[in-house]
Design a protein around this ligand. Structure first.
Ligand SMILES: Cc1cc2nc3c(=O)[nH]c(=O)nc-3n(C[C@H](O)[C@H](O)[C@H](O)COP(=O)(O)OP(=O)(O)OC[C@H]3O[C@@H](n4cnc5c(N)ncnc54)[C@H](O)[C@@H]3O)c2cc1C
Length: 373
């Protein structure tokens, strides 16, 4: 049987992990990435520990980078009422700058080919193979995994419904130094029309990342004004913003973040990570989902490449049903839990729930998380 070649579009977590999995099975793979490494990304950088067994099997758990270990969760309402819970599974904190670069170097060392600073502009399928057009050159492949993240010109090319609708969510990230803040705690602080997470990453640095509505920014003219007028009404955020040393010249920002349903396949392309569907950030589970979906896709691609009776239709159907079974409910639960955030009355309710009904609050957290895989 002639050797099959796989193209992975996008070298974020989903794309890098899929490429490492395929390389481990001896399958030729090229990752096409529009940026380069290392790179900062807007992300809370808290990774659920459910990914550790799989990353360990891949030889890709980044222990050498000494991620922060996080076991406690703190929630505050817009006016600063507080609840604290131990986390069942917990997570580790690691900057995407370090994590993605680590995985990239590992993948390079294992023979994955990279085409960096190259954007995929179109994917065509004909006669059982793909032509992948980019800003540089055209590639061909037997299988294409699309892991291009939340939003890309490719989504227009695929005519996906969500891309034609504007989404109001804006994400902002800083790295800060925050003496005295515990490294084993992830805090989620509500403010009017948004919420802000704080947790440790490597090297004694903390991530401060928030999601808000673009009207919040428009009303106040710019991020700084909005932070002062809105975020700082929460006394916990006021304390943090007052005492933190901000390490970026300006924050990393993204807009048009959409939590709409997308789906795990488009034509014959397998979609992974945020490209298949994005869980609301408050769940702290998007990276775990990206890594898990990469595993599900790569396992089926391996069978397609190695088992003569396992054809493309089976690969696509198997992946679609495994993806739906593993993630569709979690995405839905995340969207609904997010409704409790960003307003005084609902955030008060969430804090009271976490204080008085800890098993129920833990149950809600579990709804959005997977089991170790
Ligand atoms: C505000 C905010 C906070 C978050 N906090 C957390 C958190 O604390 N914990 C957590 O687990 N998750 C969090 N998430 C979610 C998490 O960041 C994502 O789920 C995760 O990054 C998805 O990984 P991915 O590989 O699918 O996409 P990405 O990491 O976005 O990677 C996609 C890659 O594709 C590339 N690309 C795009 N288009 C093209 C193209 N046409 N051609 C070539 N390359 C292309 C991009 O350059 C990028 O490198 C947060 C998200 C937001 C918005």
């Amino acid at each position: 049987m002639p050797e099959k070649h796989v193209i992975v579009i996008g070298g974020g977590l989903a794309g890098l992990v899929a490429s490492l999995h395929l390389a481990g099975e001896g399958i030729g793979c090229t990752v096409i990435e529009k940026a380069t490494y290392p790179v900062h990304r807007v992300c809370g950088e808290y990774v659920s520990r459910e990914v550790i067994p799989y990353l360990t099997r891949l030889g890709a758990y980044p222990s050498a980078l000494q991620p922060a270990q996080i076991d406690r969760f703190q929630l505050t309402s817009t006016r600063g009422d507080l609840a604290e819970l131990p986390l069942d599974l917990g997570g580790f904190g690691l900057s995407r700058y370090a994590f993605d670069h680590f995985l990239y170097q590992l993948a390079l060392a294992r023979g994955v080919r990279f085409q960096l600073n190259t954007e995929v502009t179109a994917v065509r399928y004909q006669d059982n193979s793909f032509t992948v057009e980019t800003t540089q050159e055209t590639f061909s492949a037997n299988v294409v995994i699309a892991a291009h993240g939340k939003r890309s010109r490719l989504d227009k090319e695929f005519k996906r419904a969500f891309i034609s609708r504007h989404s109001p969510y804006v994400g902002v990230k800083y790295h800060i130094r925050l003496p005295g803040f515990p490294a084993d705690l992830i805090a989620l602080h509500n403010f009017e029309n948004g919420y802000c997470g704080i947790s440790a990453v490597e090297g004694g640095i903390f991530n401060l990342c928030y999601l808000t509505h673009r009207d919040n920014v428009r009303t106040h003219g710019n991020l700084k004004e909005m932070e002062e007028s809105v975020l700082l009404k929460n006394p916990f955020l006021k304390d943090i913003f007052t005492h933190a040393e901000f390490l970026f010249e300006r924050p990393e920002t993204i807009n048009e973040i959409s939590f709409e349903t997308k789906g795990p396949r488009e034509g014959h392309v397998l979609m992974c990570g945020d490209a298949a569907g994005m869980i609301t950030p408050l769940c702290g589970n998007g990276m775990a989902l990206a890594i898990h979906s990469a595993k599900l896709a790569a396992e089926r691609v391996v069978r397609f490449c190695q088992e003569p009776g396992y054809n493309r239709e089976r690969m696509e159907q198997d992946y679609e049903s495994a993806w739906k079974q593993s993630f569709a409910f979690r995405l839905w639960a995340g969207r609904n839990i997010q409704r409790l955030f960003g307003a005084e009355s609902t955030s008060q309710f969430a804090v009271q729930l976490a204080r008085r009904m800890k098993p129920l609050a833990n149950g809600l957290i579990r709804l959005t998380h997977g089991k170790p895989f």
